[in-house]
Design a protein around this ligand. Structure first.
Ligand SMILES: NC(=O)c1ccc[n+]([C@@H]2O[C@H](COP(=O)([O-])OP(=O)(O)OC[C@H]3O[C@@H](n4cnc5c(N)ncnc54)[C@H](OP(=O)(O)O)[C@@H]3O)[C@@H](O)[C@H]2O)c1
Length: 316
């Protein structure tokens, strides 16, 4: 099968195309014919080698955590997935391996896609969507319906942020999105009731206190505590040491500070699928690339300017 892989740590230039044997599913695995994957910053952060102590690549490494495609074979112990089913997943074994014509997934992280979801959206949703969901619900304490909270999303136009805006809105929360003026219309169209352009002078002068602040850009949490309600939570998708250390004190502090660490699982993916099927959640596609142009797709992600998700389509 065709795949993209890297044999050494580095930037996008280390990606190369290769012919690899088609994987064979073990008893507890599903073989998926990949129709699309999406780029997440973690893909190129792992490839850089800078976080190899925490997340080492297994060289040569096929990258890609998010997959959408069709089931072509199921392991003998797998139930609930038929050959031909349209599925998606955030792969949980090793470092992904979705940038290929075929990949293996565990049923525990795989969900059948809603009929109204195309492969691009199916590939854009799992990692970013579950991160947003788990940050808001598990760490921010947002119920999935009847939320009366004010939820601030820093980086509301990015992969995680644009899904967080919609998940919070679907839950009933009042959503304030922070983005550049360029992406204001997009974030408004996702349902944010207030949008703040971070490039304007003194942008937060009128910002009222929020119950949950979800940071998708690595902002220093101390700058945001004046905008938290007394029992509010600051949740970081990009935690530095300060956030992690401060999080250890949550038992004795009023404001809570959390670092989200995505745990891939099919029940959470199905929650997102249900929202999408109901028309309450959609993946905005920033740009789409063929698999052979994975280097360019990574460069777009590294630019930090993606609005929505970067999608990579896989043709056979
Ligand atoms: N901990 C976890 O489990 C986990 C899971 C997923 C992601 N993450 C991390 O979370 C971060 C976000 O991921 P992502 O996929 O959402 O990234 P992304 O899609 O690459 O984010 C790009 C977006 O960030 C916006 N942005 C950049 N600087 C900003 C600022 N100062 N204020 C507001 N918006 C700003 C950009 O908008 P403009 O162009 O308008 O500036 C762009 O739309 C990454 O570092 C990723 O590694 C962590």
């Amino acid at each position: 099968m065709k795949a993209m892989l890297y044999r050494r740590y580095g930037g996008p230039e280390v990606l190369e195309s290769a012919d690899l044997p088609k994987p064979t599913p073990g008893p507890h695995e599903i073989l998926i014919k990949v129709r699309a994957t999406s780029i997440n910053p973690i893909d190129w952060k792992i490839a850089s080698g800078k976080i190899r102590l925490l997340m080492p690549a297994k060289l040569p490494q096929v990258p890609g955590f998010d997959v959408a495609g069709e089931v072509v074979e199921v392991g003998s112990a797998v139930s609930g997935f038929a050959v031909g089913a349209r599925v998606h997943a955030r792969l949980d074994k090793g470092i992904g391996a979705a940038a290929a014509e075929f990949t293996l997934a565990s049923p525990a992280v795989t969900s059948v896609m809603p009929d109204n979801m195309d492969f691009a959206s199916g590939a854009g949703l799992p990692l970013a969507g579950m991160t947003a969901l788990q940050a808001l619900r598990n760490l921010g304490g947002m119920p999935l319906s009847g939320s009366k909270q004010r939820v601030l999303v820093i980086g509301a136009s990015g992969g995680v942020g644009h899904l967080a805006v919609q998940i919070a809105r679907a839950a009933g929360a009042t959503v304030i999105g922070i983005c550049s003026g360029r992406n204001r219309a997009m974030v408004e169209s996702l349902g944010a009731q207030e949008v703040i352009d971070y490039q304007q002078p003194d942008p937060y002068r009128n910002l009222q206190a929020c119950d949950i602040i979800l940071d998708c850009v690595g902002s220093p949490y101390r700058e945001w505590t004046p905008y938290l309600t007394p029992s509010g939570a600051f949740v970081s998708a990009l935690p530095g040491p300060a956030v992690i250390l401060r999080g250890l004190c949550n038992a004795v502090t009023r404001h809570k500070v959390h670092a989200v660490m995505l745990k891939s699982n099919a029940p959470d993916l199905r929650i997102l699928d249900d929202l999408a099927a109901a028309g309450k959640l959609r993946v905005i596609v920033d740009q789409s690339f063929p698999l052979s142009a994975l280097q360019a797709a990574w460069q777009r992600s590294i630019s930090g300017r993606a609005a929505g998700k970067i999608i990579v389509t896989v043709d056979s």
